[in-house]
Design a protein around this ligand. Structure first.
Ligand code: ADP
Ligand code: ADP
Ligand code: ZN
Length: 213
């Protein structure tokens, strides 16, 4: 099963992708997490990606597409995967489509989680992310057991540089201009499933499992 997560920054894509990954034993592939791991390790790719991420802009397709295609070619992706944060524009979706087409394959479900812009800023201000394993929390909605510490791996939680209000507003603009057209793209392919992301995260998850089952 090959799944794509769609939705604005902060809609809950990563939160749901993580739960889907555990239930269906599929790798959760987040391009944002791959970039952040490269930034943390000080790689050239990380340096280049950071200059865009800090402004709330998309990292250029040449970099992003290569990384994603290399990742899905790995052994653990044979039975499928969940893409979280890719594709983020029509050209990326077309490359993915063409690559899958060569293998006689396709995306099975595009899960669109809808949350109005008004709710996004509050979600992002409260989001805390683990610097090691990529797990995310929210200071009010999803607090960790011990403040500032990841439940899963014990590492430190931070407010991401790009989760500050100014940058979030830029990211929302980028989302509306470049990413939102993907909703129609996958709708035309007949694989779009839409969910109300303002509901409790476990209710959203339950609805998702009902369509994937
Ligand atoms: P995305 O991957 O789409 O950017 P996240 O999964 O990181 O979004 O979620 C953004 C923030 O909102 C996090 O702090 C997360 O804990 C919180 N969150 C996720 N789902 C919900 C929900 N259904 N209700 C309230 N808060 C949520
Ligand atoms: P969120 O889900 O909160 O929007 P992500 O972790 O998915 O955040 O992405 C963080 C940043 O990484 C994006 O704002 C963008 O700069 C970069 N990025 C992630 N995925 C892509 C992609 N597919 N194409 C271009 N840039 C990307
Ligand atoms: Zn962690």
């Amino acid at each position: 099963m090959k799944i794509i997560m769609l939705g604005a920054p902060g809609a809950g894509k990563g939160t749901q992708a993580e739960m889907i990954s555990e239930k269906y034993h599929l790798p959760h592939i987040s391009t944002g997490d791959i970039f952040r791991a490269n930034i943390k390790n000080g790689t050239e790719l990380g340096k280049e990606a950071k200059s865009y991420m800090d402004k709330g802009l998309l990292v250029p397709d040449e970099l992003t597409v290569r990384i994603l295609l290399d990742r899905v070619a790995e052994e653990d992706c044979k039975e499928g995967y969940i893409l979280d944060g890719f594709p983020r524009n029509i050209p990326q979706a077309e490359v993915l489509d063409a690559e899958l087409g060569k293998l006689g394959d396709k995306i099975d479900a595009a899960i669109d989680i809808e949350v109005p812009d008004e709710n996004i800023i509050e979600r992002m201000m409260g989001r805390r992310a683990c610097t090691s394993c990529g797990a995310t929390y929210h200071i009010v909605n999803v607090p960790p057991k011990k403040e500032g510490t990841c439940d899963k791996c014990g590492d430190a939680l931070i407010l991401r540089d790009d989760d500050r209000e100014e940058t979030v507003r830029n990211r929302l603009n980028v989302y509306h201009e470049q990413t939102q057209p993907l909703i129609e793209f996958y709708q035309k392919k007949g694989v779009l499933k839409t969910f109300d992301g303002t509901k409790d995260m476990m209710d959203v998850f339950k609805e998702i499992t009902e369509i994937l089952a």
